[in-house]
Design a protein around this ligand. Sequence first.
Ligand SMILES: NC(=O)c1ccc[n+]([C@@H]2O[C@H](COP(=O)([O-])OP(=O)(O)OC[C@H]3O[C@@H](n4cnc5c(N)ncnc54)[C@H](O)[C@@H]3O)[C@@H](O)[C@H]2O)c1
Ligand SMILES: N[C@@H](CCC=O)C(=O)O
Length: 597
Amino acid sequence: MLRASTTRHVSRSASRPIQRVTSRLLAAQAIRPSTRAAFLTTNHVRYASQLAHHKIPAIKNEQVKDFSANDQKDWDLLRASISKFTDETLNVPLVINGQKIYRSETKSQINPAKHSQNLANVSQASREDIQAAIQAAKSAKAKWASTPWTDRAAIFLKAADLISTKYRYDMLAATMLGQGKNVYQAEIDAVAELIDFFKFNAKYAEELYASQPIETAPGVWNRAEYRPLEGFVYAVTPFNFTAIAANLVGAPALMGNTVVWKPSATAALSNYLLLTILEEAGLPAGVINFIPGDPVEVTELVVNDEEFSALHFTGSTDVFKSLYAKISNNVAADKYRDFPRIVGETGGKNFHLVHSSASLDHAVLSSLRGAFEYQGQKCSATSRLYVAESVWPEFKEKFTAHISQIQIGNTVAPESLNAFMGPVIHEQSFDKLASALEQAKSDPELTIVSGGSHDKTNGFYIQPTLIQTTNPKHEYLTKEFFGPILTTYVYPDAEYENVVESIDKATKYGLTGSVFARDRDAIRTAEEKLRYAAGNFYINDKSTGAVVGQQWFGGARASGTNDKAGSGNILSRFVSVRNIKENFYELTDFKYPSNYH
Ligand SMILES: NC(=O)c1ccc[n+]([C@@H]2O[C@H](COP(=O)([O-])OP(=O)(O)OC[C@H]3O[C@@H](n4cnc5c(N)ncnc54)[C@H](O)[C@@H]3O)[C@@H](O)[C@H]2O)c1
Ligand SMILES: N[C@@H](CCC=O)C(=O)O
């Protein structure tokens, strides 16, 4: 266990012999008393020594394992991990100041693919627990903030390594079971993207710390110091990506902040596993405090604390707006010492625009993946599709032929481990989606081209559905469903520019979007006119699947603060820069040359 205190923080008793030696040395050298006092003081200071300018090891994106039919060893290891989580119901505790706390008040985390199966009893934080978590974050702060960044980075790099090796199959199993993913979706999330976040953030931290003022006058040394924020950070994390939860807590912690973490109730199992891996990698007690509980109550107590200094949120737009409003009201009421940083990535209504010149097979397959992988439960999922009239008949024929081949099932059951789609996350989401499908059947402006059925007998299953609308402003083209429902509008070829404009104006969101075309003018028009319609704009690629370090992720408008997860920018939101100017030049006169005329 790499405890931050072992080598760098000299305890009072340990420092005494050093102090005696130093006193004798100073007396012998007859150093002036004031200088001597200063020298002695430094020996008492708990400071972080960093005796070299370190660079982290070379990094590259984590390789996604195929889990093809030939990879029997991987499948066997995965099955063994699935059994670990299904043979008994696990108890997930709160973790406050490194202590695991089990409460009698628990909430079940069920398997959405088989809702009779209770995976975990998740302890729920009481008001006292929430206060204790806030206090733990405050108490751990000074030591963690003065821990050299290389030690902080080493902990996250080691956790990445543990996930790539020892815990790979456990992370997959916990995410597949609890969040309803198939193995490929779990690999790209709970393994690859998560590891990438930890590794690339370490690299970005190295670059940020190295970034210093570029101009210095003679006799002066200007330095920038990247202080962690003065209070603590509140991370509120979504169900749909274990990796996103990891980044929401990991990015601020890496920069020396301590964190109060409210996980999603439907991702508690994988999120708790992640925390235990971080602990094994050496994360000191109190740096990340894990408190599943009632989101409104937890938030109320956390954001009312004077030392609350940042919100790191991913989830729906409405929840983010309500948190933003609470924090703003508190700022107006003078509740805080600082202006809290607010970082939030939220909803989307992401588009595919198919021009008549597009490679149709590619556009069809990309739309199927974009709309239906992980049951459309990605913020980046394709949920509105605009297709040129001249190619629509062929597009439709190909799309419906493929959609009927999509296998849906319990992606953790032996007979359907290879299914392309699993369940949606919970009953509330299922009911919302099922009701949207029923409503579509009686709406004169909507036609169900394919799909439309739903079944929650055993798990929360929604059939992948393509709906066509005759109204380019229809609600189904503007509202986020967060499920496998794709709405299409077929536009006259000559109206391409108008449809581009309507894509821009139709929704309040601005997350992801794609144009499919071979015609360069069509691509240029879309790129220009859709500048603010998507923070991630794809040309001839699907709207999902951004990779850390390659496609910096996030959108503006109602999709969030666009601080770009997977880039170095996000780290700058969790530091407060101090500029230090050291002057080597001593004044000899107070007058300016112009005063001597
Ligand atoms: N833009 C992105 O990067 C991104 C990534 C993933 C998901 N998302 C968005 O997240 C949403 C789906 O995730 P979700 O269902 O977990 O979102 P959600 O908004 O329901 O929940 C997110 C988190 O907020 C908490 N929460 C819910 N209500 C709250 C309240 N009143 N006060 C305080 N906290 C509250 C939840 O417990 C959870 O931890 C979609 O809208 C999706 O687009 C966005
Ligand atoms: N990196 C993912 C983020 C998904 C969010 O829910 C993507 O780009 O699809």
